[in-house]
Design a protein around this ligand. Structure first.
Ligand code: SF4
Length: 306
């Protein structure tokens, strides 16, 4: 892998003003995606994952968001090494909200072509559309279909075909399987993995399921209450989780050999909203290892080497 990362995020902070008060749902977030790298950001809903990924592409959900910190892209394509013009494709959670309901799938894929391909003859473009559809496991006739004629899994495959059509260096996939059944989830994630290996594109996967990361990603960043609380090589983090939140997420992943009547493990409580974060460690009210010092700014997990 190249020395210079494709994407480098340093000290990202996203703040909103409401009723004269500032809320900071993303705080001091730093991570990198290497060229060809496979990186995951994991955490429960409400931890700031999607907000972080939206900020990478300049899409914070309102124009009132104040985004600070550094987001640096550096292309590794021959002839454009170091350029900040990196082609990024984004796969959102819900394909029904991504696809235009009144446009045929083929035309939506055509819209995603990079400029050089958009200038080619229509026949060549049609051939490329069919090859992209076939690559994501859809029949060529899907090019003439409207989104409502496809199942949820087929729609997400069509979105992946659009993402590939742009020939991205980086694919950001934000909970791409949320709306799908378990079998289709696996198929779509397997497809993302295969396409990354085939095309060399890097992948940034946003997910709440730590179980999906094993074997698919190289680096994992665990996020809680707007901060990255642990990060590292996936094998290291999964085999030796240091932060109590990571341990809780891992314990919540059921194993195939668990007894059928074994109770499901969960982390008590829910992620607090940014206006209700506790003093000291934000995970404190839910942490089974909390001590008095965790309510202060010297809370121990802040200074561990995660
Ligand atoms: S700082 Fe304390 S409350 Fe927070 S995760 Fe560590 S042990 Fe738990």
């Amino acid at each position: 892998m190249s020395e210079k990362p494709l994407l480098e995020v340093s000290g990202l902070r996203i703040a909103f003003m409401r009723d004269g008060r500032e809320y900071v749902p993303v705080r001091n977030v730093s991570f990198a995606v290497p060229v060809h790298g496979r990186v995951a950001v994991v955490g429960e809903s409400g931890c700031g994952k999607s907000l972080t990924s939206l900020a990478l592409t300049g899409l914070p959900p309102t124009d009132r968001a104040h985004v600070s910190g550094e987001i640096k892209f550096a292309s590794a394509l021959p002839g454009s090494e170091g350029s900040q013009n990196v082609r990024v494709s984004y796969v959102f959670q819900l394909p029904t909200e991504t696809l235009n309901p009144v446009m045929r799938i083929g035309d939506q894929i055509r819209e995603a072509f990079p400029p050089y391909r958009a200038k080619t003859r229509r026949r060549e473009q049609d051939e490329k559309i069919v090859s992209l559809l076939e690559r994501v496991g859809l029949p060529s006739r899907a090019a003439r279909a409207y989104p409502c004629e496809l199942s949820g899994g087929q729609q997400q495959r069509a979105v992946l075909a659009m993402a590939l059509a742009a020939e991205p260096e980086l694919l950001i996939a934000d909970e791409p399987t949320t709306a799908l059944d378990v079998t289709t989830q696996q198929q779509v994630l397997d497809l993302v993995e295969e396409l990354a290996a085939e095309t060399g594109m890097a992948v940034l996967l946003i997910t709440h399921n730590l179980g999906l990361v094993a074997g698919r990603m190289d680096i994992v960043n665990v996020m809680y209450a707007g901060e990255i609380v642990e990060s590292g090589n996936v094998v290291d983090v999964l085999s030796n989780p240091r932060h109590p939140y990571t341990r809780g997420l891992l314990a919540a992943v059921p194993a195939l050999d668990d007894p059928r009547d074994a109770p499901l493990h969960d982390i008590p409580g829910t992620v607090p909203t940014p206006d209700a974060w506790p003093s000291g460690c934000a995970f404190r009210p839910r942490c089974v290892e909390a001590k008095a010092i965790c309510a202060t700014e010297d809370y121990p997990c802040r200074f561990c080497s995660c």
